[in-house]
Design a protein around this ligand. Sequence first.
Ligand code: SAH
Ligand code: MG
Length: 206
Amino acid sequence: MVRLPIDIGAVKGFMDAEEGAALYEAALAESVRGPVLEVGTYCGKSAVYLGVACKENGAVLFTVDHHRGSEENQPGWEHHDPETWDAEAGAMDTLPFLRRTLRAAGLEETVIPVIGRSATVAAHWGAPLAMLFIDGGHSREMAFADYEGWSGHVMPGGLMAIHDVFPNPDDGGRPPYEIYMAALDSGGWNEERAVKSLRFLRRRAD
Ligand code: SAH
Ligand code: MG
């Protein structure tokens, strides 16, 4: 298991310890080849697992979020946390929590927050990615925008991880499962590993 520099249980967020350990192992192996990018930062929980691995290799993690929350994080929804509400903005703001997490974990030089809409950032992105982790919006529109916008930025032979993949609809929403299937159906990716709701796909090198 991975040793983290902070008490990860105290960080707000949605990353299970076993899945987080798998992200750490994957980022440790992949980030020797280049940068890692995460879509869906929230307060930085998964970014700690990925970032600690990148730091060991002297690599970097870019983590993209508009910090205004997904649908299910909004007031009245299942995953709303009132502490993330910014009354002045009349909107959620998870960025202050992220900064606190990264400072406490000693990751300010390793994890680079990119604040904006995922599709907009993806459209302007240039650097080939050694590893991509998709954990952003769960609507069909958002999930497909993330897959279509970002998967092409993964290097040949690079890794893509997708969170919240639930083959059984009773376990959760379908769009992350649908993009995982779309990647397999495209013929450009091979399934490599599954840990709970996390799936790892390897981009074909040819
Ligand atoms: N990885 C996090 C959880 C991410 S929750 C953890 O370990 O806890 C999903 C995040 O995606 C939310 O913070 C939300 O603001 C962000 N998000 C949703 N849709 C987005 C979009 N279109 N562009 C950027 N960020 C988005
Ligand atoms: Mg998730």
